[in-house]
Design a protein around this ligand. Structure first.
Ligand SMILES: C[S@@+](CC[C@H](N)C(=O)[O-])C[C@H]1O[C@@H](n2cnc3c(N)ncnc32)[C@H](O)[C@@H]1O
Length: 552
């Protein structure tokens, strides 16, 4: 072990991940050269650059090696010190490749122990592996991550179990916070109006076997941690992991809801009647003396203030609906699409859907401008937000980097638009062991029409494709956000946007949370809810970890 404490710490950090000193040494030397001895860069994000450099070094060595077997012989000379320009080239070529990932050959049957399979195949020949770009099917990637069972929840567990195994195969895995499969929980008087779905995790991994060969199962990140939206939003949204416990989450960033397959959505100007738009308005509807037709949905009053915040009376109504849903109006379907999706032939009776108030924004058939005060949600995210690793064991979370006023629009819940049938099918394929995300049911207006067809009963699932809202964690009762249905392009309410607004002032760096309305006591819940560690003194989970905000 080296005497320099910095080096010792680096070795220790890598050892936790199962990487032996001899593999760390050359890469560390190279990095120190490259960064002119700047340890801060090496230590950042729990030695992420070092882990990456080890991979690069071993990969390069593996390619040089005809057999593909990578030797970790300590007697090997360290890498030649490269010329600075050369190193910069290496860095940029690495960045160019950063959106690629390794996948098994098409048609290969998923091996039971995919980790071992990867180890073997990378040992036999790196060339054998197929390089796939991130534009390849997202689903393929999610399916694959199950096989390359990685997780750093994970690393510790793996290291322990591997040290117990004679083969002493150890794994360095970076998990993704992604998910797979889903299950609908319908809005009921019990307060369940969300659907839950399982997630699994991984990103890339490195395996070391007893023959001392280092092989890698690396998944190139599909994310830019400086801006996970990849330029899709008005603002950049960074991702930080001060704890260093997980890899990047596994999903594709989607700034707008997008149809998965069967959902019936038909936006057309012809379907917007004169009562559903304000074609004779101009500029800013909020400044006219008489509210225009677009305020009809909200009883002739605009929901937003001239400062772009939700008016207090609207906010109070929505807060009351989320706190005491039982005091509000429910609709019971004659033939409930949600129950139908669970059992087509003998559906259970409808459990009830909370009737919600909509906000209607001006849209393309309206005469006003994009700066009209009645266009808030459609203008997208404006506040500085950040995805971060929570300390309470909730995984990734979303926080604001600036103070937010009460009633401010933060972001919408964006995901794939699925029919309930499709979501139910997804859920059936879920292995049920992983972190759930919470798809939402778009049932705010199911009561207003007769029997809804399957393709009209919709939900949003941000598991595979979604925006920052997929990182918003649950908090019982006193969450700082609430979700409001917003009509923009479709007057029929089968489809609408679900927008998050602040319930109160929120401080800079505070985590943003919403109440998923989970009934933790519901034994019949088809998927077991997580153990809640929201920290709220009103936490509903009797089995929760009971971590109060002040404890963290
Ligand atoms: C919509 S995702 C939120 C983002 C998630 N934390 C991640 O890392 O991707 C919901 C999942 O986050 C975790 N989670 C959210 N709120 C939580 C809470 N209060 N306590 C424990 N886990 C929570 C659970 O695993 C839940 O299934």
């Amino acid at each position: 072990m080296a005497s320099n404490p910095k080096i010792c710490e680096a070795f220790n950090a890598m050892q936790v991940l199962g990487i032996p000193e001899r593999a760390v040494k050359p890469a560390l030397k190279k990095l120190l050269d490259l960064y002119d001895g700047n340890w801060e860069l090496i230590e950042a994000e729990n030695y992420r650059a070092l882990a990456d450099a080890i991979f690069e070094y071993e990969e390069a060595k593996g390619l040089e090696d005809n057999e593909g077997a990578v030797s970790c012989d300590e007697s090997e000379p360290p890498l030649k010190r490269s010329h600075r320009g050369q190193q910069e080239n290496q860095v940029s070529s690495r960045m160019e490749r950063s959106s690629t990932m390794w996948l098994p050959e098409k048609g290969e049957i998923a091996p039971k122990n995919f980790r071992q399979e990867r180890m073997d195949s990378s040992r036999s020949s790196l060339k054998d592996r197929r390089r796939v770009t991130s534009s390849d099917s997202c689903r393929e990637q999610f399916d694959d991550k199950k096989k390359c069972t990685t997780s750093s929840e994970i690393a510790a567990k793996d290291v322990k179990s591997t040290s117990e195994r004679a083969s002493s195969t150890v794994h360095f895995k970076q998990p993704m916070g992604g998910s797979n499969g889903a299950l609908i929980i319908g809005t009921s008087k019990k307060g369940l109006n969300k659907m839950e779905l399982r997630s699994s995790s991984d990103s890339f991994g490195l395996d070391v076997d007893s023959s001392q060969a280092l092989t890698f199962c690396k998944r190139r990140s599909i994310h830019d941690i400086n801006d996970i939206t990849k330029g899709a939003e008005n603002v950049k949204i960074s991702l930080v992991d001060e704890i260093g416990s997980e890899g990047l989450p596994n999903f594709f960033y989607l700034p707008e809801n997008t149809i998965y397959q069967n959902a019936y959505l038909h936006f057309s100007l012809a379907r917007i009647s004169d009562e559903d738009c304000c074609s004779s308005c101009s500029d800013n509807c909020l400044s006219s003396l008489v509210p225009c037709a677009c305020a009809r949905e909200t009883a002739g009053e605009f929901a937003y203030t001239p400062r772009g915040l939700l008016k207090r009376n609207f906010l109070d109504t929505y807060i009351s609906m989320s706190k005491e849903p039982q005091k509000h109006h429910y609709f019971y379907c004659e033939d409930c699409p949600l129950e139908r999706s669970k059992n087509q032939y003998l559906p259970d009776p409808c459990k009830g859907h909370l009737v919600r108030k909509f906000i209607k924004e001006c849209w393309r058939k309206c005469g006003c401008s994009m700066y009209c005060g009645n266009r808030i949600v459609q203008r997208g995210i404006t506040f500085k937000l950040q995805v971060f690793m929570t300390h309470e064991g909730k995984g990734w979370g979303l926080r604001t980097l600036e103070a937010l006023p009460k009633g401010a629009f933060v972001c919408e819940y964006v995901g794939e638009i699925l029919t309930n049938m499709e979501l139910y099918e997804r859920n059936k394929q879920s292995n049920g062991n992983d972190r759930h995300t919470y798809p939402v049911l778009l049932d705010a207006d199911w009561g207003s029409e007769g029997v809804l067809k399957d393709e009209e009963a919709l939900c949003l699932d941000a598991t595979f494709y979604g925006n920052v809202a997929r990182f918003i964690n649950h908090r019982c009762f006193d969450a700082n956000l609430l979700e409001i249905p917003v009509e923009i392009e479709s007057p029929d309410h089968h489809y609408y946007h679900l927008a998050f607004f602040t319930k109160r002032k929120v401080d800079a760096l505070e985590e943003l949370t919403w109440d998923y309305a989970i009934d933790f006591a519901d034994e019949n819940h088809p998927i077991k809810a997580f153990q809640c560690c929201c920290g709220s003194e009103f936490c509903r989970d009797m089995n929760g970890k009971g971590i109060k905000a002040s404890d963290s």
